[in-house]
Design a protein around this ligand. Sequence first.
Ligand SMILES: *Cc1c(COP(=O)(O)O)cnc(C)c1O
Length: 380
Amino acid sequence: MYISPKINNMNIQMVDLRGQYLRIKNEIDQALEEALDSARFIRGPIVTRFESALADYTKSKYAIGVANGTDALQISYMALDIGPGDEVITPSFTFIATAEAAALLGAVPVFADVDPDTFCLDPVSVEACITPRTRAIVPVHLFGQSTDMDPILSLSSKYDISVIEDNAQAIGATYKGVSTGSIGTMATCSFFPSKNLGAYGDGGAILTSDSELETRSRIITNHGGRHKYFNEVIGLNSRLDALQAAILEVKLKHLESFTELRRAAAARYHSLFEDIDEIICPYEADWGRHVYHQYVIRIKKRDELTKALTEAGIPYGIYYPVPLHKQPVFGGKANSIPLPETEKICNEVLALPMHTELTPTQQERIADIVTTHATSLIHG
Ligand SMILES: *Cc1c(COP(=O)(O)O)cnc(C)c1O
C-alpha cells in the first residue's frame, strides 16, 4: 500500500535542530549578543570559559577547543608524534575521520573488528592487529555507548601504546562510573550540529589530563607556536570561535536533560519493538550510560524496510553502509585480519529518528511502519 508522505506528514525529522533551538532560544540569543558585543571572536574569554566548563563536565584536566572533530583527531595524533611508518588501530565500522586523520599524517590505519552487540572495538581483534609499529588504539564510542575500555587499557599498558578515545558521538556517556573522554591518553569531541552537543556550525575539542600533551596540542592548533610569530613545530590553524563557544556554553548546561530526553525516546522505541523478533534493538551494556547519539536497529532485508519508510515519508540513516577497509581510499591495502562482524553489521543497521524533540506520537507512527513491515517480511 502506498501511503502519501503528505497525509502522514507529522514533520518527523532525523534531527530537529530548529525545534531544539526554539526550546532554548532566549538563552542562545543572549549568549550570542554577549559574544558579538565582546568582539573577541577568536580565542578570548568566552572560549576559555567554555573550555573549562567542558573539562569539568568530562572530568578531564584540560579541554582545548579546535575547529572540528576531525582536526581534534589529527592534532591528537600530531601531539603524540604519530607520523609516517606508524600504525594506528581503529574500527573499520566508524566515520571516515577516525582513520583519515591518521592517513593524512602518513600513518597507516589498521582496521580491527567490532563487537556485534555494542558495535565498538573488539579487544581480541585489536590485539591481533598489534605490531611493533603500532602507536595508538582509537576506540570509537559508537552511537553514544562506551567501548568496553578495560581490555583496551590492558593492551595499552601491555604493549605501551597510547589510547585516543574518539568521543564524537558519546559526550555524556559513562563507563564504570567514569566519563568517556577521560579514560584514554587523549580524547576528541565533535560539535557538528547534529552531535549530542552540537554547535551552530563546526567545532571540536581535545580532552586530556596530561599537561605535556595539552601544551603540545595547544601549540599545534596555533601554527606550532606558543607566541605569535615564533614557530616551534609544524602546526595548523584550528580554533573554536567565540560565537560557537557561546552557543556550546549554553547547550552544555542543558546536556544532561537533553541526554535524558534521548534516553527516554530510546526506552519508548525499545518497548514498541519489544515483541518483534525480526528487529534487534540497540544493546545497552551494563557498564555505563548510553547517550543515544543514534538509535540503531538491526534488521535483515533492510532494503525493503527503507523503501517502506521512504514511502511513508519517514527519514532514516544508514551509518555506515561501507566499512572503512572497503572504501576506495583504503582499498588495495589488504586488511591484516578478517572483519566478519563489521561486514555483517553494515548490511543490517538502520538508524531511526533520534533527537530531543521526538514525541511519543511520532515514535508510534515510526514503529507502526517498521513493525508492520518487519513482520510482513516473515509472515507475508
Ligand atoms: C562526527 C565524527 C567525527 C568528525 O567530526 P567533525 O566535527 O565532523 O569533523 C569523527 N569521528 C566520529 C566517530 C564522528 O561521528
